[in-house]
Structures are given as C-alpha cells and as structure tokens.
Design a protein around this ligand. Structure first.
Ligand code: GLV
Length: 317
C-alpha cells in the first residue's frame, strides 16, 4: 500500500475511504503543521494530501524527501503550492475542480447580497437591538437591474452569473477568451479588465490567483469602476491590493466590499474591520458537508489514479 500523509483532518467519510486505499497517516488533532514538520513527517511517504493552510513554497518542496511523488491539494486553488518547484522535483500536483463550484458560487452570491444590502451593519444593529427604523434606514444597493461584472468566467463564475441573472442582474465578464454563446447565456464579453470594470456596478472576482492576477485590484484599477461600485472576492486574497481597496472604501469611491478570501489568511488586513460596509467571511467558499466530502474523495481519487497510472486528470503542473 502507498503511504500518504494527510496534513489536516478530513470529513470522516473521506478518512474512511483513504484508510481503505492507502497506508494513511492522519492528523487526529488537526494541528497546523509547520513546513519543517511536513518535511520531517513525509519521510518515506509516497504522497501528501495537503490543504490550503499549508504553504508549500519552493524552499519547502526542495527539501521534501525523494519518496514523495505527488501532492494532492484539497482545494481547487493551488496558490499555496509552488508548481514550478514541484515540477522540477518530479512531483505531480493535483487539485479538486468542479465539485466545489456550486457551494463556492453560493458564497459568491452571499458576498454580493451581503455587501450590496449592508448585511454587516444590519446584523450588528439587530444584535444591539433598539434600532430606529426610518424610510432611509440602512438603505442599500438593489441587485435588480444592476450590472454585475464577473472577472473569470470559469465554472464558479458561470454559476454566479446564472444565479445573479435570476436576481435581475445584467451580466458582463472578462476572461482569457470569449466563451461560446451557450456558456455566455447572454452575458457581454469584455476583452480588457478596464472595459469590464468601467461597467461593473458590482464586481465578482472568480479568477485563479496567478502571477498575472496578483494585485489586479490596485490603486490604478479601482479608478476604472463607476463611483459607488461594490467589489466582491470569492477567489483568492492575492488578487486584491488591500491598501488600495481599503483606501477606495474610505473615500467612498467603492461603496462596499464582500470578501471571503484574504492575503495572509487567517489574518485579514485590520483596515477592513473598521469599515462598516465591508462584509467579511472566513473563507467559507466550499464549506458545506457534501462539498467537503466530495473534495476529500476527489483528492483521494487523484492520489489513487496517480499511483495506478502515473498520471492524473486533475494534475495542474
Ligand atoms: C477553496 O478556496 C478552494 O480553492 O478549494
């Protein structure tokens, strides 16, 4: 049996599946392993099932024992792993696409609703009690008729577009390439981010974090938006320059933000906490039981496929 180090606890169903297929080492206390500990623990292991809480940078990957041939990441995103370094060491990296698109799109919609309808302020007022209702109390931004820009029209972006359209939003998008009409579902394509941002009353960031998308929301690009736009991010924190967004929120250039992901998670930039219109969640995108089981099972299937065939359909490097 192949030896697999599973760095974080999985839902029981997935751990049971892993036990049947591999000689699996579980993290029963679900502690956060340091990079040094992962290097030490993986001695003699054939594969690692990692999570987005572990930063497997080049320095860490270069010190992994030669026995490790695959890192199966329990996430669709793989910004926590240096793909090049893994490739250079002959280590395959895999991810868990598709199975989390629905759950993540739901959170994407929650971010849009929460930011536009001032949910953070509303929750706080409701908990305090004694709020004074008036005709203009906590007035927010209505979605119906509002233009939604989707940055990255992959599976999650398309699902958000579908739900948002049913809420009456008018969909625009930017992608590396224009989608077929069938996938566009009436959405308008923009071949540059400047063009997309200039019509985005609300933006939903759904693209992967790469070198090209790092800090795509920055001091210059926030100015492309209509005044009072809303920016939401269900993808990765690295895509947003926090200082630029916080400054734009403070100046009311940007009306509100809805964020599920951050640079340096779990330590989000404290500036967001001082902004009443920031609707912030603790990286809940894929957090439903069904989805987490499906992700765990897929991460295990990826390992199994790789051990059996030497390749894997979900290999990303
Ligand atoms: C969650 O954020 C994921 O990338 O799977």
């Amino acid at each position: 049996m192949k030896k697999v180090l599973i760095t974080r606890r999985l839902i029981r169903e997935s751990e049971d599946k892993a036990s049947k297929l591999f000689d699996a080492k579980f993290n029963t206390n679900d502690e956060l392993y340091s990079q040094k500990k992962i290097i030490e623990m993986s001695e003699g292991f054939d594969g690692i099932l990692s999570s987005l809480t572990e930063k497997l940078d080049a320095e860490t990957i270069n010190q992994l024992p030669d026995s490790v041939k695959i890192i199966s990441n329990f996430a669709v995103g793989f910004g926590n792993i240096d793909l090049e370094a893994a490739k250079n060491r002959g280590i395959a990296v895999t991810n868990t696409p598709e199975v989390l698109s629905d759950a993540t799109a739901e959170i994407g919609i929650l971010l849009i609703l929460g930011a536009c309808r001032r949910a953070s302020e509303g929750i706080e007022s409701a908990k305090e009690g004694g709020w004074k209702w008036s005709a203009d109390y906590l007035i927010g931004k209505q979605l119906t008729g509002t233009r939604l820009g989707i940055l990255g029209m992959g599976r999650i972006g398309q699902k958000i577009a579908k739900i948002a359209k049913s809420l009456g939003m008018v969909i625009h998008y930017h992608n590396r390439s224009k989608l077929s009409e069938d996938k566009e579902q009436g959405a308008t394509y923009h071949d540059s981010i400047k063009s997309l941002f200039s019509v985005s009353d609300v933006l939903s960031i759904c693209c992967p974090a790469t070198k090209e998308t790092e800090n795509l929301i920055n001091k210059e690009t926030v100015e492309y938006f209509p005044k009072g736009a809303v920016i939401t991010n269900v993808a990765r924190g690295d895509i947003v320059d926090d200082e630029a967004l916080i400054d734009a929120l403070n100046r009311r250039k940007i009306y509100a933000a809805g964020l599920d992901v951050y640079k340096n998670e779990p330590n989000l930039n404290a500036g967001y906490l001082k902004i009443p219109s920031a609707f912030v969640l603790p990286h809940l995108g894929s957090a439903t039981k069904d989805t987490r089981i499906a992700m765990g099972n897929l991460a295990i299937d990826n390992l199994d496929e790789f051990f059996r065939t030497g390749n894997c359909i979900n290999k990303v490097n």
